[in-house]
Design a binder for this molecule. Structure first.
Ligand code: T1G
Length: 703
């Protein structure tokens, strides 16, 4: 037997261990070995039952994601076929689930008649996160086991559930006393089954789930949930598969499921989500980083600035048990900041996301102070004061006097030159950018901005701490706006210019949300604050001085004190979070267009799509060429996790690759000519884009 499978027969039991590191992904080689082992046990008259387990503790993370899009994915024996052969074995198969059974891994367990799990096991059909649906029987076997509604919710959420919930649902028959005792208890369970002459109990024999459902259940489910699915394909295919489970015999249901699965696997959306999955793993691989034992210890953190962002950052650390000092020079701001943190936690308790004890524990980790001296023993200090260079320099000068040697000094700036800030003090090797996104205790993304002077162990230590607080760290070089905000500038510039030329904020935002972006650019600017984007522009005035029309609408709103949601008026009018059209924006745009001699005309949706997205994409390719971003997939992660770009489009770089780099380039050239002087000013293709297209390249990579 090959080393992918551990096989031994002891006391009438065949013990079959999956052994394909790191996660027993069920690629073709493991599928072949698994079937061989199970059918060998089936044929062995000395074997009364079979126990399947993960040789390294982890049961299986499912189908091999790297096989998707290749022939190997459906090569015989494909996974659904393999599991049907297993479920046909006339001996009890017991699945012993150690740490994890996800996707095809859980489907493998469902193809067994019996399941026992370790107390810490996590189970789930997570295919939806990859734009897929369970394709190896999950949509047919799970509903028969736990009922259609529970199965539907589990498959559509893609969530991982714990062992206790899995037992309550009926997925697990038993939970072992401990992970260490799992295999022994699985063997005992198998022996009980032999002693009681228990049948194989394949789920196939269980009744169709439809019996307990009102006839119009699935139809009503679709109506209720479809709006939230936006243009996502996979949830709709899941519903079709569940319909088959309710209406068709198992054999036909499996055929229907495989057809739907192939449709999902071939879809652009799934390709995009698989790209995102691998991109997240790739982002974890940061070259030239120091070994784990050379990381700087971070057990105590301080946050300077008790505003909304500062409070959210502090919560991110308290949430994982790290003590945090929240400091502000103004007593009322500090009180307000601490109160806002407490209110946020109270809301989580009210929503049962947190217990009152957990809230108390977190609040006890938070310590408010008005005195820099109290930060003497902090390992990491994050400055989150207003976006003004002078203010931030004063903070760093004060920190230099009190912070211990080796403490990491981070700035949360979203637009300023961090090297210039670091040059204010004598320990620039300890200075780094740690750019959180609001609300910082919720948003997953952290841009880690390293400067030439930043010490490698500082970069490695903040990447590590970002992961410890559950964030997705993406490394960026130092430049105005790093990755995300730098690309936001041309995106917002074009949106503004289009309104000047005749479009409306509603039209522009509708084009962007029709792509499933969480929100349009004008709604986003109103949420983030017209004053915040004004300060960012202010920090780089010389770069935009040659264009009078540059975001002039926002400049006007700023001058009128209309900062968006926080002032009840910006590009839209706001009653609380309720947004309505502000007719005055059109008048303002006409007036500014007249003053700036900008001709007005009706604007097509395609032009809005192209100008906003292609200028943002062009900037992304430019900053990749400059080395600000290490890889195109990092840029995708920034926009998906920081700016609400839909993951099922794969991020702006992947989206450009799907559209075709030659198409993106030719459209940029088109507008360069069509928009006259303005086009000449801004629609300059990135050199890397031109090189890639000239070389016939279809992927965005350094070249
Ligand atoms: N296939 C191939 N490689 C995988 C993999 C998989 N399913 N899961 C993980 N890896 C690799 C990953 O790329 C990384 O590799 C290493 O394992 C460690 O992963 C027919 C269609 C399991 C919870 O959705 O959620 O079954 O970067 O860094 O944080 O119905 O990985 O080191 O080279 O993420 O501890 C459904 C996906 C597949 C599970 C571990 N399965 N994986 O997290 O480590 S579709 C999933 C995860 C399917 C069937 C269908 C996580 C994890 P490298 P890691 P981790």
């Amino acid at each position: 037997m090959c080393d992918l499978i551990h096989y031994r027969v002891e006391g009438g039991l065949a013990l079959i261990g999956l052994n394909r590191a790191p996660v027993n992904a069920l690629d073709r080689s493991l599928r072949v070995a698994l079937i061989d082992a199970c059918e060998r046990a089936a044929a062995d008259i000395t074997v009364g039952a079979v126990v399947l387990y993960g040789a390294q503790g982890l049961f299986s993370a499912g189908a091999d994601i790297k096989e998707f899009g290749t022939e190997a994915c459906f090569a015989e024996p494909n996974l659904p076929g393999a599991l049907t052969r297993l479920s046909a074995i006339h001996k009890p198969l017991v699945a012993a689930i150690g740490t994890l059974a996800l996707g095809g891994g859980l489907e493998l367990a469902l193809a067994c008649g019996y399941r026992i799990g370790a107390p810490g096991a996590r189970l789930g059909l997570s295919e939806i996160n990859l734009g897929l649906l369970p394709g190896a029987g999950g949509t047919q076997r799970l509903p028969r086991l736990i009922g259609a509604e529970s199965a539907l919710n589990l498959i559509l959420s893609g969530e991982q559930i714990d062992a206790e919930r899995a037992r309550m649902l009926g997925i697990l028959d038993r939970i072992a006393a401990s992970a260490e005792q799992l295999l022994d208890e699985a063997r005992a369970y198998a022996n009980e089954l032999i002693d009681s002459c228990a049948p194989a109990r394949p789920v196939e024999a269980w009744p169709k789930p439809a019996e307990d459902l009102p006839d119009d259940f699935l139809a009503r489910y679709r109506v209720e949930h479809e709006p939230r699915w936006k243009s996502r394909l996979a949830p709709r295919l899941v519903l079709c598969a569940l319909e088959a489970a309710c209406l068709l015999p198992m054999k036909e249901g499996l055929v229907r499921e495989l057809t739907l699965f192939k449709q999902a696997e071939a879809s652009r959306q799934s390709r995009a989500l698989r790209h995102v999955f691998l991109a997240e793993r790739e982002a974890q691989r940061t070259p030239s980083i120091v070994p784990a034992d050379a990381l700087r210890k971070i057990d105590k953190v301080a946050v300077i600035g008790a505003g909304t962002l500062g409070g959210g950052i502090a919560m991110s650390f308290a949430d994982v048990g790290i003590p945090v000092a929240l400091m502000d020079l103004d007593g009322r701001t500090l009180d307000r900041g601490l109160r806002r943190v407490r209110e946020n936690y109270q809301l989580s308790v009210k929503r049962r996301k947190l217990t009152a004890i957990q809230m108390q524990q977190r609040m006890e980790l938070l310590f408010g102070t008005l005195d820099y001296a109290d930060l003497f023993d902090a390992d990491l200090i994050i400055e989150a004061v207003c976006e003004k260079m002078e203010t931030k320099q004063q903070v760093f000068l004060a920190l230099e006097k009190v912070c211990k040697p080796g403490a990491i000094l981070a700035t949360n700036t979203s637009s300023l030159d961090i090297a210039a800030l670091a040059a204010t003090i004598s320990r620039s090797q300890d200075v780094i950018g740690l750019h959180f996104f609001s609300p910082a205790n919720v948003m997953r993304l952290v841009e880690i901005v390293r400067c030439q002077a930043t010490a490698p162990d500082v970069v490695a230590s903040v990447v590590d701490i970002a992961r410890r607080i559950g964030k997705l760290p993406v490394i960026s070089g130092n430049g105005a706006g790093s990755i995300g905000n730098r690309m936001l500038e041309p995106y917002a510039r074009e949106a503004h210019r289009l309104v000047l030329e005749g479009a409306t904020p509603v039209q522009v935002d509708a084009v962007l949300t029709s792509l499933d972006l969480n929100m349009g650019v004008f709604s986003m600017l109103d949420l983030a604050g017209i004053d915040v984007s004004f300060l960012m522009r202010d920090a780089n005035r010389e770069a935009i001085a040659h264009d009078q029309s540059y975001c002039c609408l926002s400049e006007e709103l700023y001058a009128l004190g209309r900062y968006g949601q926080k002032t009840g008026r910006g590009f839209y009018l706001y009653e609380g979070r309720n947004r309505t059209v502000d007719g005055e924006i059109g008048t303002l745009a006409e007036q500014l267009a007249r003053e700036l001699n900008v001709p007005r005309r009706s604007i097509e949706d395609l032009e809005i799509h192209d100008r906003c997205l292609f200028m943002m994409i062009n900037e992304g390719i430019q900053l990749l060429d400059e080395g600000i971003a290490q890889r195109a997939s990092d840029i995708d992660l920034v926009w998906i996790n920081g700016y609400g770009f839909p993951a099922h489009l794969g991020g702006p770089m992947h989206y450009a690759e799907q559209l075709g780099l030659d198409t993106v380039l030719s459209r940029i050239h088109h507008y360069r000519h069509a928009l006259g002087e303005y086009g000449e000013m801004w629609f300059r293709p990135a050199a890397l884009l031109e090189r890639l297209v000239a070389a016939g390249k279809t992927r965005i990579e350094k070249f």
